[in-house]
Design a protein around this ligand. Structure first.
Ligand code: PLP
Length: 505
């Protein structure tokens, strides 16, 4: 007797699942409201309170998935999804994911599946070349004698945490790991950096009070870190007996796509390194790093050669489905030393000989999935030119959208467009009641309220999905073009809807 699904049944049901996914991407995703319209509690109320005593038929499960779960899905793959940052997907990526799930391996050690580690290391070297990243991120196999290398982490948050742990290890020569901290380490990032840096600083035991959120250059309207303010703060901290040990710069902030000035920030880290502990420079290129696939956008990485670590998410804008974060380090020794713990049951001759990479030492969890497969398939299916085609199309569509905003007297750009991200809002209205009040404008809280109402109405329509931020106190709508299926016609329709709703407010 067996309760397992038979191979024949598995094949039949996988065809049904594949058909479901193909239909979803082909047309259903565009027919459904982009933002899920369910109320809290609705999904759970549709599910039985207890697990079934007797196994059920898969066709019923798939039908339940369609009827009960799908209404609670916000369609990140809709071509009308412009919120947050995109989350990638593509046929080859999904197929790689399915094979990875089918193998169901644990790639924690090289020996537990050599191909998992070797393909990953090879893909990381491909990515260095694909994005024209500094050579010191290559593995020794591609660059003999290299002390660097790359690894696939689950998320940007985890990769930044690992960077902080490596920085902590280097700054204290391992003492933090052995004895705990003395509260002197200080980390820096801009007040526009992603919240994951703050979370990681807390997780790493650095202490929230030892994270400095450096002001940005609001007057230049680009919201990038002010390097003078960074240096001043680091000088003050050192004078107070603190140890500036970690600086995180962003290439493409979540709010507005700001690119921090890496050459200046890198030079400050070098300057500090010349007279004491060298701060570890980490660069978070979450979504926008992908733009460097196109040579004309590589300016975003100017100064990256000064960074100790770098990450970007192919799972955002590079057609690879979540999760896939590429992280590179200039010197892997600090990272491995920070994260390596070897109980007897993990010992093996390949690791003991020191000839192989054991990626468990490059991340927080022990176990790891075979993520390199989907990246390999995407790179091979699209080739460099295929990826460039999509990135350029998205940037062009965002540029057109920004042009329409600028040409409309009711709207304005809040910051200059950053590649595929446009930050805009309804302009303050002229509220002069007679000639004596000429030029009197609506106050900022009123403008903010109208923009908030605009976004809520757009999202409630189910036709598009946008998200917002606040920049210098201004409630700002963000439109990020990055979904695999988004064409200029979708963006044009989105703009027409935004204009219609906005003018009525
Ligand atoms: N860094 C930046 C700049 C981001 O925009 C994001 C998410 O959007 C993250 C980090 C966190 O990404 P993840 O979900 O991979 O942890």
């Amino acid at each position: 007797m067996s309760f397992h699904m038979s191979p024949e049944e598995f094949l039949r049901q996988s065809q049904a699942v594949m058909q479901w996914i193909a239909d979803y991407h082909d047309h259903r995703v565009t027919e459904l409201p982009v933002l899920s319209q369910v109320e809290s509690g609705e999904i759970r109320a549709s599910l039985p309170p207890d697990p079934p005593q007797h196994g059920e038929d898969f066709a019923t499960m798939l039908a339940d998935f369609d009827q009960k779960i799908l209404p609670g899905i916000t369609h990140w793959q809709s071509p009308n999804f412009y919120a947050y940052f995109p989350t990638g997907v593509s046929g080859p990526s999904l197929l790689g994911e399915f094979l990875s799930a089918g193998l169901a391996i644990q790639g924690m050690l090289w020996t537990t599946s050599p191909a998992c580690t070797d393909l990953e290391a090879h893909m990381m070297d491909w990515v260095v070349k694909l994005l024209d990243l500094p050579e010191h991120y290559l593995s020794p196999l591609s660059r003999p004698g290299s002390s660097g290398g790359g690894v696939i982490q689950d998320s940007a948050s985890s990769a930044s945490l690992c960077a902080i742990l490596a920085a902590r290890e280097r700054a204290t020569a391992g003492r933090f790991n052995e004895e705990g901290g003395d509260g002197r380490l200080v980390a820096y990032t801009s007040n526009q950096a992603h919240s994951s840096i703050e979370k990681d600083v807390k997780v790493a035991g650095i202490g929230r009070k030892n994270l400095r959120l450096i002001p940005v250059d609001e007057h230049a309207e680009n919201f990038a870190m002010d390097p003078i303010a960074l240096r001043d703060q680091m000088v003050a901290d050192r004078a107070a007996g603190k140890v500036p040990f970690f600086v995180s710069a962003t290439v493409g902030t979540t709010s507005s796509g700001a690119v921090d000035p890496l050459p200046e920030i890198g030079a400050i880290c070098e300057e500090f390194g010349a007279s004491g502990v060298k701060p570890w420079l980490h660069v978070d290129g979450a979504m926008m790093g992908t733009a460097a696939v196109c040579p004309e956008f590589r300016g975003i990485h100017r100064g990256l050669k000064l960074a100790d670590s770098y990450l970007f998410n192919p799972h955002k804008w590079m057609l690879v489905n979540f999760d896939c974060t590429c992280m590179f380090v200039k010197d892997r020794a600090a990272l491995v030393s920070a994260l390596s713990v070897t109980p007897e049951y993990l010992r093996n001759s390949a690791s003991d000989a020191g000839e192989v990479i054991d990626y468990r030492d490059w991340q927080v969890p022990l176990g790891r999935r075979f993520r390199a497969l989907k990246l390999w398939f995407v790179l091979r299916h699209y080739g460099v030119e295929g990826l460039q085609f999509y990135i350029r199309r998205h940037v062009e569509a965002a540029a057109q959208f920004a042009g329409w905003v600028e040409a409309d007297p009711h709207f304005e750009l809040v910051t200059p467009r950053s590649l595929n991200l446009v930050c805009f809002r309804l302009k303050p209205r002229d509220i002069a009641s007679d000639a004596s009040e000429a030029g009197k404008l609506e106050d900022e809280p009123a403008v903010n309220a109208r923009n908030e109402a605009l976004m809520k109405e757009l999202n409630a329509s189910g036709q598009i999905y946008l998200s917002h931020t606040k920049l210098a106190g201004k409630y700002t709508l963000r439109l990020c073009v990055g979904q695999a299926q988004t064409e200029i016609e979708h963006v044009r329709k989105a703009w027409e809807l935004i204009q219609t709703v906005g003018r009525g407010l």
